[in-house]
Design a protein around this ligand. Structure first.
Ligand SMILES: NC(=O)c1ccc[n+]([C@@H]2O[C@H](COP(=O)([O-])OP(=O)(O)OC[C@H]3O[C@@H](n4cnc5c(N)ncnc54)[C@H](O)[C@@H]3O)[C@@H](O)[C@H]2O)c1
Length: 321
């Protein structure tokens, strides 16, 4: 297949590209390198089945050229990471909403199937745990910029389903805190990257709040497997899936595990949210996926336990020291 990966120089995108090329597809990546790195794709630059285009998804003429003869697009390009939502919400909204509009409109025009990367942030601070795809979304006020990302992705999903009504073959996947090699400390699963870097430098773990908030950390191999199933399975068309591991871990427990696995002497430094992200910032206390739908329709099941995934991730960070 001719496959386009938007944001393919980024963390998840580059791992997805590795897998797509390994099973014989022709892959084009478009990435503006605002966050993504060529180093993530270096090994493919001499492969004739691989093409890299540096550019923004916000340019419809360029995107039209790229999507004309592609059968499937994995749309991952976005502004990702709490730091960015708080600092530049306008960029978040413009990239995530306008960029997705460009991709969906051209996909509909050229009859190209789409897998749209969405997020567990969609559920906001809902207390309906675990989060199921048809569950509530509970977000805070619009003047608190941290909600701009969840809102932009929700609008992306609405757009996707609106295009689906007009015949577009589209699947939405909601990732839950992916982590693994190539993780960028500025990005979404940044707490894992930050803790590993702090541990390797024997610096204190900076824990936001009391550290009792939980997340479900999903190793990159599982995130990519779910993505591929969403793009390959006929039953996935027109559907939305949680892609995550359901093992719940508090941020404090994560710090302790990273400390144990690295043999670090780091202590823990608790920082109030308001001090880090400004007034009105809220962090959902728990974020747990219900993955039964992905399991039944896609055969998806996260396999890599946190300890094993962290060991591999730590080894990657060590190899870069
Ligand atoms: N990592 C996670 O745990 C997680 C969780 C939920 C959702 N997601 C979603 O998965 C996708 C990939 O996330 P990631 O963690 O790999 O993030 P990432 O920041 O590593 O990747 C995003 C890529 O998009 C590129 N990009 C940004 N704006 C662009 C533009 N205008 N044109 C072209 N490229 C552009 C960046 O350079 C980057 O390479 C995103 O859509 C994100 O919202 C990720």
């Amino acid at each position: 297949m001719n496959i386009l990966v938007t944001g393919g120089a980024g963390y998840i995108g580059s791992h997805l590209v590795d897998r797509l090329l390994s099973v014989g597809h022709q892959v084009t990546v478009v990435d503006d390198l605002s966050v993504g790195k060529m180093a993530n794709l270096q090994r493919h630059l001499s492969d004739k089945r691989f093409r890299f285009i540096e550019g923004s998804i916000l340019y419809p003429t360029m995107m039209d050229e790229l999507m004309k003869d592609c059968q499937l697009v994995y749309h991952l390009a976005a502004v990702v990471g709490v730091k960015y939502y708080v600092e530049d919400p306008l960029k978040v909204i413009a990239t995530n909403v306008r960029g997705t509009e460009v991709v969906l409109e051209l996909a509909a025009l050229h009859n190209c199937r789409v897998v749209l990367a969405s997020t567990s942030e969609i559920y906001g601070k809902s207390s309906q745990i675990p989060f199921s795809e048809d569950g509530l979304r509970v977000l805070g006020p619009t003047w608190v910029h941290r909600w701009s990302y969840a809102t932009s992705k929700a609008l992306d999903e609405h757009l996707a389903f609106a295009y689906a009504r007009r015949g577009l073959q589209v699947t939405v996947i909601r990732y839950f805190n992916s982590y693994g090699p190539r993780l960028d400390p500025r990005g979404y699963g940044s707490v894992v990257a930050k803790f590993i870097i702090q541990a390797l430098q024997n610096q204190p773990f900076t824990v936001h709040g009391d550290g009792q908030q939980t997340r479900c950390f999903t190793y990159i191999e599982d995130s990519v497997e779910g993505t591929l199933l969403a793009g390959g399975e006929e039953k996935a068309i027109g559907e939305v899936f949680n892609i995550g591991n359901s093992q719940e871990t508090s941020i404090q427990e994560l710090a302790e595990l990273v400390k144990e696995l690295t043999g670090s002497e780091s202590s823990t430094l608790h920082l109030p949210y308001q001090e880090v992200y400004g007034p009105g910032f809220e962090d959902p206390p728990r974020r747990v996926p219900d993955t039964s739908k992905a399991n039944i329709l896609l055969g998806f099941q996260a396999k890599v336990p946190l300890r094993e995934g962290l060991e591999k991730t730590i080894a990657w960070f060590r190899s870069r020291q």
